[in-house]
Design a protein around this ligand. Structure first.
Ligand code: COA
Length: 254
């Protein structure tokens, strides 16, 4: 079975992260599938709205850490970077239903979603520094704009998880619901949007995003270049190895 499930009904494309044995962590193949799905949905008249979701217990554990070691994203055309560009450029309404851990790209992809519905078990985190890495997916630009600088700095420098209610307070989440309802609430909102005139939805989203339209590609490029450098450096290598060996990382030498 595929790690990304895809289903289109009544103008709504639902993409479900489905790699339960690895907590929906995202591999290069999954980034490519997601980028392809978004790129084709952008031009597909049968798709008016997209929903991204995980399961009731986990949204995503972020980038697959074994792949960070074996096939790190070090060029602009790396699948992870391609996915981030497709996500940032996606012109139609994009919704997310988030339950359980949403780590790394599991949280940063939400900055590009228009509506986010979270289960009360959702735990968001951007632990890039703890992995010897830097922000990605435009989060260095978008988190301070959304959260305010100090709360963004707290989330990105300390990298500690924050729960659904805190995420709603900083504007990352629209509504907190029981985990069993997150997917159906997102689906109902998606159906509502799909019944509206697409041209007006697309123009409204474009105007809402106009304030970052110029700066986002540059932020993505700068973050990508920095991450490509850091992902191969000793701090990140120690963090990845420690994760695989199920021990605490030792940064005293890096
Ligand atoms: N990459 C690769 N494997 C991962 C993974 C990831 N990002 N996240 C979890 N897994 C694997 C674990 O190694 C474990 O494998 P095992 O069964 O062979 O031991 C399995 O998935 C289950 O994970 P586990 O940590 O036991 O689940 P949990 O419910 O206790 O914790 C998380 C869930 C998401 C909080 C935790 O797995 C985690 O912190 N993952 C890493 C997140 C991360 O740093 N991602 C990178 C962000 S840039």
């Amino acid at each position: 079975m595929s790690d990304i499930l895809s289903h289109t009904e009544a103008g709504v494309l639902t993409l479900t992260l489905h790699r339960p044995d690895r907590k929906n962590s995202i591999t290069s193949a999954m980034y490519t599938t997601l980028a392809d799905a978004l790129d084709s949905a952008a031009g597909d008249p049968l798709v008016r709205v997209v929903v991204v979701q995980g399961s009731e217990t986990v949204f995503s554990a972020g980038n697959d850490i074994a792949e960070f070691i074996a096939a790190p994203p070090v060029t602009e055309d790396a699948p992870a970077f391609r996915f981030m560009r497709s996500l940032a450029a996606f012109p139609k309404p994009l919704l997310a239903a988030v339950c359980g851990p949403a780590v790394g790209i599991g949280t940063t992809m939400l900055f590009h979603c228009d509506l986010v519905y979270a289960g009360d078990n959702a735990a968001f985190s951007m632990p890039f520094v703890n992995l010897g890495l830097c922000p990605e997916a435009g989060s260095s630009l978008l988190a301070p704009r959304m959260f305010g600088y100090h709360r963004a700095a707290e989330a990105l420098l300390l990298g500690e998880p924050f729960m659904a209610e805190a995420a709603m307070e900083v504007g990352l989440v629209n509504r907190v619901v029981p985990p069993s309802e997150a997917s159906s609430v997102a689906a109902a909102q998606a159906r509502k949007l799909a019944s509206k005139p697409l041209v007006a939805l697309v123009e409204t989203k474009r105007l809402l995003k106009a304030g970052v339209a110029q700066s986002l590609p540059q932020a993505l490029a700068e973050e990508g270049a920095t991450l490509s450098r850091l992902v191969q450096a000793p701090a990140a290598q120690e963090a990845f190895t420690a994760f695989m060996e199920k021990r605490r990382p030792d940064f005293s030498q890096v």
